[in-house]
Design a protein around this ligand. Structure first.
Ligand SMILES: C[S@@+](CC[C@H](N)C(=O)[O-])C[C@H]1O[C@@H](n2cnc3c(N)ncnc32)[C@H](O)[C@@H]1O
Length: 258
């Protein structure tokens, strides 16, 4: 490791113990969630409901893992699908450069598989009309419906390096069911990213209009799932690095088969 990288690693470890900085970050998270800060961004023209820090973290993971399939629950306006598809397009280009071959998008097998219970017609139309559309396949239905999970498993069987992102209904039971259905598809060395775990760290009265809240959210589901799934570990270095993230304890690294 060169000097720069070891300095970065040390800085990230120091952040973990920097209580004033952690408090400022937590204050920002709380203050920014209410005015829907995460709704302010677009990726290649489509609204993406994420914090920019998490988008950068995903870019780093995609470069590290080089997945050929990204499974995403929760499509909304499609920004996260377009983001993932654009990263896969870059990986295809890099593969071609490394192989000394001509970059031919038509030859790409890399795919983003998105699942949503309600793909609005205008969102579907905009996603299907987007230049990244050829790398995107959408399934409409509840992510925890057995027939939907079966379709996803059957598609995933054709891929080797799989990254999973869970960002749909944020109740404990739903996310736990998603983890049981989709986390096993995560390849060894890849990640299952569970969004909105931050709900656990927020005040109870922040989510009165939602079925989730403290004690009933993606983080409690992750903790429950990990009790019986030692093949995954929380990659804390990501949340320490980001400070601002909706996914504390949500970046799950798959270290072995089981
Ligand atoms: C937070 S948004 C997803 C944001 C998107 N990943 C992005 O980054 O732009 C949550 C989405 O989950 C979908 N959803 C809610 N319940 C669901 C379920 N049971 N199965 C699949 N999708 C669901 C909603 O329709 C909504 O589009």
């Amino acid at each position: 490791m060169n000097d720069f990288q070891s300095e970065v690693k040390q800085r990230i470890e120091d952040i973990a113990g920097n209580q004033p900085l952690q408090r400022h970050a937590a204050d920002f998270m709380q203050a920014s969630l209410l005015p829907c800060y995460s709704y302010n961004y677009e990726w290649l023209g489509r609204p993406i409901i994420q914090y920019p820090q998490d988008i950068v973290a995903l870019q780093e993971l995609i470069w590290q893992v080089r997945p050929d399939l990204i499974i995403e629950t929760g499509i909304a306006h499609g920004g996260s699908l377009i983001f993932s598809a654009s990263m896969l397009a870059l990986l295809d280009m890099v593969d071609a450069i490394e192989a000394g071959a001509t970059f031919d998008p038509a030859q790409s097998k890399r795919l983003v598989l998105g699942i949503d219970i309600d793909i609005r017609a205008h969102n579907r139309a905009a996603i299907e009309a987007h230049p990244m559309a050829s790398r995107i396949h959408m399934i409409q239905g509840s992510s925890i419906a057995p027939d939907v999970a079966a379709q996803v498993c059957s598609i995933a069987a054709g891929y080797k390096r799989v990254l999973v992102c869970l960002d749909s209904n944020h109740t404990h039971d739903h996310v736990l069911a998603e983890l049981h259905a989709y986390a096993p598809l995560t390849s060894v060395g890849s990640y299952c990213v569970v969004f909105d775990t931050v709900v656990e760290d927020m005040p109870a009265d922040m989510f009165l209009d939602r079925p989730w809240g403290p004690d009933n959210n993606p983080k409690t589901a992750v903790w429950e799932y990990l009790k019986t799934h030692p093949e995954f570990e929380i990659d804390k270095s990501i949340q320490h690095k980001l400070l601002i993230t909706v996914a504390p304890d949500g970046y799950l690294f798959r270290k072995c088969t089981n």
